[in-house]
Design a binder for this molecule. Structure first.
Ligand SMILES: Nc1ncnc2c1ncn2[C@@H]1O[C@H](COP(=O)(O)OP(=O)(O)O)[C@@H](O)[C@H]1O
Ligand SMILES: [Mg+2]
Length: 374
C-alpha cells in the first residue's frame, strides 16, 4: 500500500532514505535538512514495518519539543495515528510507535534500560556523550519478525549531526575517520559490527531553505571560528570545547629541520594508568611554537597508559633525546612536578644542559601564539 507522507526528499535526504547501512551518520554542515529527513525516516520505517518501536532522541527536552515534537504534529499526515501527549509518542494504527526521547544527563540513559529499540534515531549526535551513545545502541534489538527485505536495516541506527560538541571526537572517529570520508564500512565486531555509512551534506543540498531564507548562509559565514568552519563547511577537522582550536590548514606544516638558533622546550603530562604525553618544541623568531617530536605513552587502547615507573619514563626520555641529538632539554619541564617525581626523573634524565631555557609557556601565552587575533 502506498501512503502519501506529503514529503519530497531532496537528493541527499534520498541518499539517507535509500542507505543500505544500519549505523548511519548524516550531515556535517548546518541546514541541509537533517532533522527534517530524520523525522520522515522515522515515519517511513514506522509505516513500512508494522509494530516497530522507533526512538527519536535529542539531548534536551526543549530541543526535542521545538525540533521534532511540534514539527511532527504539524507535518505528519492525518489519519496514520495519534500523538499521545502524556506518553510523548506517536501511536500508529499499524501498531508502530515513534517515541520522542531525551537524555540530558549521562544517567538518564538508564531510563531506557528496558527498552527494545527497533530503530534508534539520534539528532545532533555530537551533543551526546560516547557513553550515552553506546548505552542507547545496546538497547537496539528486535524481537519481532522483521520482513527479510528489511532485516539489514531493522534493528538499526540513524544519526544526524554537525561537527562540534562534546561528542565530536567519537563521532569523527567512528564514521568520518573510520570510513575515510563519505561511504560505507563494516565496523569490527567488538565495536558493534554494524554497517556504518557516512553521508556528508551541505546547506547547498537544501535549495528549499536557500530559496526561503537566502540570508541564512551569510549568517553562518558571520559565525566566529571554529563554528563557521563546522557549520558551513561541515568540516570535522576542528576541535571544539577544548582549550585550543586545532585547524589542519592553520596548524600543520611540512617537516623542516630545527634551526640552530631556536630555543627548545619539552612538555610532559605525567601518566601511569592513563597515558603520559611528552612533546618537544622549538620556537621561531615570531614566537610560534613548533612541535617536532612526541612520545605518547599509551598501550594501544584509548586512555590506557603504559604503567611505567618514573625512572622507566626517564630512561625513555633520555633515550629519545639522545636519538634526537638534544639531550637535556627535558630538565626545563620538571619545575612544576611534585618533588618526588621531579627528583627521580631529573636524576635519571637530565645529564646535559639544554640549549637555552626559560619557564615553560602558560596556557594563556600558548593560546595567544596559536590565536594571534585574541
Ligand atoms: N524535503 C524537504 N521538503 C520541505 N522542506 C524541507 C525539506 N528538507 C528540509 N526542509 C526545510 O528546510 C529547513 C532546514 O531543515 P532542517 O532539517 O531543520 O535542517 P538541519 O537539521 O540540517 O539544520 C527546515 O525548515 C525544513 O523544514
Ligand atoms: Mg537540525
Amino acid at each position: 500500500m502506498e501512503i502519501d507522507l506529503g514529503y519530497t526528499p531532496q537528493p541527499k535526504q534520498q541518499e539517507l532514505h535509500a542507505s543500505p547501512g544500519n549505523e548511519i551518520l548524516f550531515g556535517g554542515a548546518a541546514g541541509p535538512g537533517k532533522s527534517h529527513a530524520l523525522r520522515f525516516e522515522a515515519l517511513i520505517w514506522a509505516m513500512r514495518v508494522p509494530g516497530i518501536q522507533v526512538y527519536l532522541f535529542r539531548r534536551t527536552f526543549p530541543e526535542l519539543q521545538k525540533n521534532h515534537i511540534l514539527p511532527s504534529r504539524s507535518m505528519y499526515p492525518d489519519g496514520l495515528g495519534e500523538y499521545k501527549n502524556g506518553d510523548r509518542r506517536w501511536e500508529f494504527s499499524n501498531g508502530s510507535m515513534i517515541h520522542f526521547c531525551h537524555c540530558q544527563y549521562d544517567s538518564d540513559v538508564f531510563n531506557y534500560q528496558g527498552a527494545e529499540i527497533d530503530l534508534l534515531v539520534i539528532d545532533e549526535l555530537t551533543t551526546f556523550t560516547e557513553f550515552q551513545y553506546d548505552y542507547l545502541r545496546s538497547r537496539v534489538r528486535s524481537t519481532r519478525d522483521i520482513p527479510s527485505q528489511y532485516k539489514h536495516k531493522i534493528p538499526g541506527i540513524i544519526c544526524a549531526s554537525n561537527p562540534g560538541g562534546m561528542g565530536h571526537q567519537f563521532a569523527k572517529k567512528r564514521w568520518v575517520d573510520f570510513i575515510g570520508g563519505a561511504g560505507l564500512k563494516r565496523a569490527p565486531r567488538p565495536e558493534g559490527g554494524m554497517l556504518r555509512h557516512y553521508i556528508p551534506a551541505l546547506l547547498s543540498d537544501n535549495p528549499i531553505l536557500n530559496e526561503r531564507d537566502p540570508g541564512y548562509i551569510d549568517r553562518l559565514d558571520a559565525l566566529p571560528e571554529p563554528f563557521r568552519t563546522a557549520y558551513k563547511e561541515g568540516d570535522w577537522d576542528i576541535f571544539m570545547g577544548q582549550a585550543f582550536n586545532f585547524n589542519r590548514h592553520q596548524h600543520v606544516i611540512k617537516p623542516m629541520p630545527v634551526p640552530e638558533y631556536a630555543p627548545l622546550y619539552m612538555t610532559f603530562d605525567w601518566g601511569y594508568g592513563a597515558p603520559f604525553a611528552i612533546l618537544w618544541h622549538w620556537i621561531d623568531s615570531d614566537n610560534r611554537i613548533h612541535v617536532f617530536a612526541e612520545d605518547y605513552g599509551w598501550n594501544g587502547t584509548p586512555n590506557q597508559g603504559l604503567r611505567l615507573t618514573d625512572s622507566q619514563i626517564a630512561e625513555r626520555i633520555n633515550h629519545r633525546e639522545e636519538q634526537l641529538g638534544i639531550k637535556g632539554v627535558a630538565s626545563s619541564a620538571w619545575r612544576g612536578r611534585t618533588p618526588l617525581i621531579r627528583n627521580r626523573i631529573t636524576r635519571a634524565a637530565v645529564k646535559a644542559p639544554a640549549r637555552q631555557r626559560s619557564s615553560p609557556s602558560t596556557a594563556s601565552t600558548l593560546h595567544r601564539v596559536i590565536h594571534p587575533e585574541f
